[in-house]
Design a protein. Structure first.
Length: 330
C-alpha cells in the first residue's frame, strides 16, 4: 500500500488546480466565455482543452476520468475503490440494460469505466449471460428483467430503483470495516430514502424503493405521508429513534418541513447531493488516515458536478442568482 504521507503530498500538489472562486466568476459571464475560462484554468487537462471544438462535457468527462484514475492509483483499500467506482459500474450496466430494452445507442449513456471493464459488460449483454458481472449487478439485472417482463415502457423509475437498491446493499457489505465510509453511506441512505418518500405516490410504493444501509427503518418515514403538519410531527416523534438515529430523524424532519413550506423538493435533493462533501467538511481540520484522500476525491467530484450545473444553466440563459442556488459545496 502506498504511504499516506506520500498520497497527502500528491494531493497538496494538486490542490492548486481547484477552481475555487473561479467557479463563481464563471457564472457571471456567458457559456462561451465560461468554457474558454475553464480551458485556460487547466480544468480537464491540456489534452482535452486542445481538442478541436472541445465542448464543456468533453472537459468534464476528462476531469472525471482523471479523478477516477487517481482513485485507482491511490485508494488505501478495496473498500474505497468500491465506494467511488462501483456506482460507475452500476450506471453502465443499467445503461446497457436500458439500451437492450429500447434499442437505443448505449454510447452516449455510458459513464467512465469503473471496476468492471466496459467490454465485459457489453459481452454480458450480447450473450445474455451475466455470470461475469459482480453478484449485486447480476441481481439487479434479474430484478430489472422481472420489472420489464410485460414491457419496459414507463418503468424507468422502477428499473432505476432496482439498480440503486442493489448498489446500496453491495456497499453496505463491502464497507462494514471502513468506519468513515460506513457512516457516510448511512447518511446517504437515509437522505436517499427521504427523497424517495417525498416523491412517492404512497407509503407502500416508497417502501418498495427504499435502500438499505441507513440508521432509520422504513416505518420511520411514515411522517412523509401524513395528512397534515400536526400528524406529521406526531408520527416523527413516535418513531422512538434516539441517539444518532434520533438526531438523523430530527434533521430529516426539518428538511421535510422546508419542502412542505416551499412546495419544492430542491432542498431535499440538494442536501442529498451534498451529503458526502458535508460529511468531511464538518471535520476538515481533523482529517486522519485516508480521510484527506476521501475529502480530495469528493471535492473533485463535486467540482465536476458544479461545472456541469453552471454550464447547463448558462446555456439555458438562467440568472446568476438562480445558478448559485443549484451549486453544491459553494
Amino acid at each position: 500500500m502506498i504511504a499516506r504521507t506520500y498520497v497527502n503530498g500528491v494531493i497538496a500538489a494538486k490542490e492548486k488546480y481547484f477552481l475555487k472562486e473561479k467557479l463563481l466568476r464563471l457564472i457571471e459571464t456567458d457559456a462561451e466565455n465560461a468554457l474558454r475560462a475553464l480551458k485556460e484554468s487547466g480544468f480537464g487537462g491540456a489534452a482535452a482543452a486542445a481538442e478541436e471544438n472541445c465542448s464543456a462535457e468533453t472537459l468534464i468527462a476528462a476531469q472525471e476520468a482523471e479523478t477516477n484514475a487517481f482513485i485507482r492509483e491511490y485508494a488505501a483499500s478495496e473498500a474505497e475503490k468500491e465506494y467511488f467506482l462501483s456506482p460507475l459500474d452500476c450506471h453502465n450496466v443499467k445503461a446497457y440494460f436500458k439500451a437492450a430494452c429500447t434499442g437505443a445507442d448505449v454510447t452516449n449513456m455510458l459513464a467512465d469505466e469503473g471496476l468492471v471493464p466496459l467490454s465485459r459488460i457489453q459481452e454480458s449483454f450480447l450473450k445474455d449471460d451475466y455470470s461475469a458481472l459482480p453478484a449485486y449487478l447480476q441481481s439487479a439485472v434479474r430484478e430489472a428483467k422481472k420489472i420489464c417482463k410485460d414491457g419496459a415502457a414507463g418503468k424507468g423509475a422502477e428499473i432505476g430503483a432496482a439498480f440503486e437498491k442493489a448498489l446500496f446493499y453491495h456497499l453496505a457489505v463491502v464497507l462494514k470495516k471502513h468506519v468513515a465510509l460506513k457512516q457516510l453511506l448511512a447518511e446517504k441512505a437515509d437522505l436517499t430514502n427521504l427523497v424517495t418518500a417525498l416523491r412517492a405516490a404512497n407509503f407502500e410504493k416508497a417502501k418498495e424503493q427504499f435502500v438499505c444501509g441507513g440508521k432509520l427503518r422504513a416505518e420511520d418515514y411514515a411522517f412523509c405521508f401524513a395528512e397534515n403538519a400536526e400528524q406529521a410531527e406526531s408520527l416523527a416523534r413516535k418513531t422512538g429513534a434516539s441517539g444518532k438515529a434520533g438526531a438523523r430523524m430530527r434533521d430529516l424532519f426539518d428538511i421535510y418541513k422546508r419542502v412542505k413550506e416551499t412546495g419544492s423538493y430542491a432542498e431535499a435533493e440538494k442536501r442529498l447531493a451534498q451529503t458526502e462533501l458535508d460529511f468531511f467538511e464538518r471535520k476538515k481540520y481533523e482529517l486522519t488516515g485516508s480521510d484527506p484522500f476521501l475529502y480530495y476525491v469528493l471535492r473533485r467530484k463535486t467540482e465536476c458536478a458544479d461545472v456541469r450545473i453552471a454550464l447547463v444553466c448558462l446555456n439555458a440563459g438562467m440568472k446568476e442568482s438562480e445558478i448559485k442556488k443549484r451549486l453544491r459545496g459553494v
